[in-house]
Ligand binder design. Structure first.
Ligand SMILES: Nc1ncnc2c1ncn2[C@@H]1O[C@H](COP(=O)(O)OP(=O)(O)OP(=O)(O)O)[C@@H](O)[C@H]1O
Ligand SMILES: CC(C)(CO)[C@@H](O)C(=O)[O-]
Ligand code: BAL
Length: 342
């Protein structure tokens, strides 16, 4: 479906009072997309999803706020790109009715808030371990922005998978009464996930950074190949000698397949997935110019972000990676589904 795109530029709202005064169409949905600005096609895809969900009669509000509370390193906050004029254009073209871009004093009039949201154990792993306090600061501003904008539905990118999971959890645990919707990651044609921080990469750094999506795709392909082999083995000789069964098929590649099938151990999928990704990341760490500095590679349960055990044979998983290339820290992830292996 092609969402209706308002022709007028979005209204720019700077204060909570201006946001309160924004007329809400009677009976219509309000959808919100929260950003830190420096909008790109990933944000535009969130805004288009919000527009499609709210419908032509609904209202789409985009927030632009660089939240100091969720930054650890002062340098990261200082160099965070601020491009409001371009943001208004991108937001309008993607279907936003209004852009709420408050200053720090508007959001935190009394200085840093004393009372904050705590992310809990899920917020201490992976990104939480690498960026202490990040998720408490993120959830605190998301809670504030949800109260200020009062949406029916709010949209977040799956690229920030742990953030999305925590926002869902906060909305459920604390009864926020808002629908939280995840939107798939938008990538450049070379595979790199769009991120406002990509602009800091030199051409050489970007080449090294491509190891992130390549590692994730290699892991996805390894899992698909392994699951296909298991399916094949099961179909060929249910309960019997799988290698012999494949040979009986008399296909051109049967012998090679049979050997591969014989090598596949049930329950080996998590280890195989990690190994496939690891190979590419290790190569970029050792031979990349500049090298990639791996922060973590984790195969996790989306429910609580704990590591998936090696004997897990079915269910949903997320393969997540974080790495530094030069001065720029990048994250990426891919959802995976483990089939029931026999
Ligand atoms: N490539 C992408 N595809 C889909 N959604 C994205 C993408 N990049 C960011 N988002 C989502 O946009 C929203 C705002 O994110 P944010 O403004 O932090 O952008 P960003 O590009 O991720 O910036 P940075 O990575 O530098 O923090 C978040 O919900 C985030 O998950
Ligand atoms: C959700 C968010 C806007 C809160 O500052 C931020 O973490 C982001 O841009 O993903
Ligand atoms: N993109 C998630 C927000 C952050 O990096 O601080």
């Amino acid at each position: 479906m092609t969402p209706a795109v308002p022709t007028a530029p979005p209204a720019l709202l700077r204060t909570a009072a201006e946001l309160d005064a924004l007329a809400r169409p009677a009976g219509a949905e309000r959808a919100v997309v929260m950003t830190m600005g420096a909008l790109h096609e990933g944000h535009a895809s969130l805004i288009r999803a919000a527009r499609a969900a709210a419908g032509a009669d609904g209202q789409v509000v985009v927030t632009v706020f660089v939240n100091p509370l969720q930054f650890g390193e002062a340098a990261d906050l200082d160099r965070y790109p601020r491009t409001l004029d371009a943001d208004l254009e991108i937001a309008g073209a993607a279907g936003a009715d209004a852009v709420f871009a408050p200053g720090v004093d508007e959001v935190y009039p009394g200085g840093e808030p004393q009372v904050r949201i705590t992310a809990g154990p899920m917020g201490e792993r992976l990104e939480g371990a690498a960026r202490p306090g990040h998720f408490d600061g993120m959830l605190t501003v998301v809670a504030k922005l949800l109260h200020l904008t009062r949406p029916d539905e709010a949209f977040y990118g799956q690229k920030d998978a742990q953030q999305l999971a925590l926002i869902r959890r906060m909305a459920r645990d604390l009864n926020f009464g808002v629908r939280i919707t995840g939107v798939p990651t938008v990538r450049d044609p070379d595979g790199l996930a769009l991120s406002s921080r990509n602009r800091f990469l030199s051409a050489e750094e970007r080449r090294t950074a491509l190891a992130l999506p390549r590692a994730l795709f290699a892991a996805r392909d390894r899992l698909a190949a392994q699951q296909a082999l298991h399916e094949r083995a099961r179909a060929t000789a249910p309960g019997g000698d799988r290698a012999a069964g494949l040979n009986r098929l008399g296909e051109v590649r049967a012998a090679a397949d049979a050997q591969a099938v014989a090598l596949v151990r049930p329950g080996g999928a998590p280890a195989a997935v990690r190994a496939a990704a690891r190979l590419i990341l290790d190569e970029a760490a050792g031979r990349g110019r500049p090298p990639l500095a791996l922060d973590y590679l984790a195969l996790i349960d989306p429910a609580d972000f704990t590591e998936i055990p090696d004997d897990r044979e079915s269910g949903e998983a997320i393969l997540a990676v974080a790495a530094r290339v030069g001065d720029t820290r990048l994250i990426d992830n891919i959802p995976l589904t483990f089939g029931a292996l026999t």
